[in-house]
Design a protein around this ligand. Structure first.
Ligand code: T6T
Length: 314
């Protein structure tokens, strides 16, 4: 669980040398394209990538779209492809829309490693690294069940359909909820990764079904908005379980708005991504698929294991 420290205040390494590309053997440039800029999950992943890159002698450039949106991410990937880094580490924002741009990157001779999310046909990728997202969704249901053993209505707030990670979390949760007759699964609503929209969805859902006992929010921004929605509705006693663990989520845990967080290991995903890319470039053995674990954080373990799993904010 110990993430490589992202040295605060230090300049981030950058692959600025204009002629580093071109496919020569001494090309040691890594381009990291985040799902969205400013997201603590991807910031922590960037820390892991930079630490491992430094160790292995690579330089890193990091870019992310302003929104988790393939129409904004595609031009970034296209320009990265044109600049020919040795490696592209990328979290595609949509299983379909990002397929062609990433096929292109691989065709251009760039070693593409999928970190976090994936696409419909990831055959071009040298490796894929992600959390056990189905297992994380199931764990979120277990956490709600533990808090609400008598069962009741449960709702899921996700981001957008077509995002592989959150779709898998929804599936894991849905299967577990439907398999437990004490619970009534109300389905999933999509917030477009916008906390304000997630808050409105939750307020409206609570008006319609004031007896909701639990809400699973499938990522950082869904969880932030869901907590706001419950607060705005003045609803008491609802169990919110969120995916991800940024500073805001921890605050919500501490003040009792949110009861549990499923924290991923973004730093480890980043480190593994660089290791696999390096193996692919140097003729080492490459693992096609790596699944990383998660930690359930509650108020009770924030001082120990839970606290260590909290993401970095810069
Ligand atoms: O949950 C993470 C990531 O795994 C997911 O693919 C998108 O949302 C996050 O970045 C959190 O905001």
């Amino acid at each position: 669980l110990t993430l490589a420290a992202c040295s605060t205040g230090a300049p981030t390494s950058s692959g600025s040398s204009g002629d580093a590309g071109g496919g020569s053997n001494d090309n040691k440039t890594i381009a990291f394209v985040q799902g969205v800029a400013g997201d603590q999950f991807y910031i922590t992943m960037q820390c892991g990538i930079e630490a491992k890159a430094k160790e292995l002698g690579y330089t890193v450039t990091t870019q992310g779209p302003q929104k988790f949106d393939p129409t904004l991410q595609k031009p970034i990937v296209d320009s990265v492809t044109a600049s020919k880094p040795a490696v592209l580490l990328v979290a595609p924002t949509d299983v379909q829309a990002m397929q062609a741009p990433l096929d292109q990157a691989a065709k251009a001779g760039i070693k593409v490693v999928l970190v976090d999310t994936t696409v419909n046909d990831p055959a071009f990728a040298v490796s894929q690294i992600s959390s056990d997202n189905v297992g994380g969704g199931k764990a979120a249901f277990d956490a709600i069940k533990q808090a609400k053993p008598d069962g009741g209505k449960v709702l899921v707030i996700s981001t957008d359909p077509g995002v592989s990670t959150v779709d898998a979390r929804v599936n894991g949760f849905e299967e577990a909820a439907k398999g437990d007759s004490a619970f009534q699964y109300l389905g999933v609503q999509y917030s477009n990764n916008d906390p304000a929209k997630a808050a409105n969805l939750v307020s409206a859902a609570l008006q319609k079904d004031p007896d909701i006992v639990g809400i699973f929010a499938t990522n950082l921004f869904s969880a932030e908005g869901s907590a706001t929605g419950v607060r705005q509705a003045g609803a008491k006693g609802i169990t919110i379980v969120g995916f991800d663990a940024g500073p805001n989520q921890v605050k919500a845990l501490e003040d009792g708005t949110v009861q549990a967080l499923v924290a991923q290991q973004p730093g480890v995903i980043g480190e593994d991504g660089v290791e696999q890319a390096n193996a692919a470039l140097t003729g080492g053995s490459v693992e096609k698929k790596i699944q990383t674990g998660f930690t359930i954080i509650t108020k009770d373990n924030l001082d120990g294991e839970g606290g260590q799993a909290v993401y970095k904010s810069s």
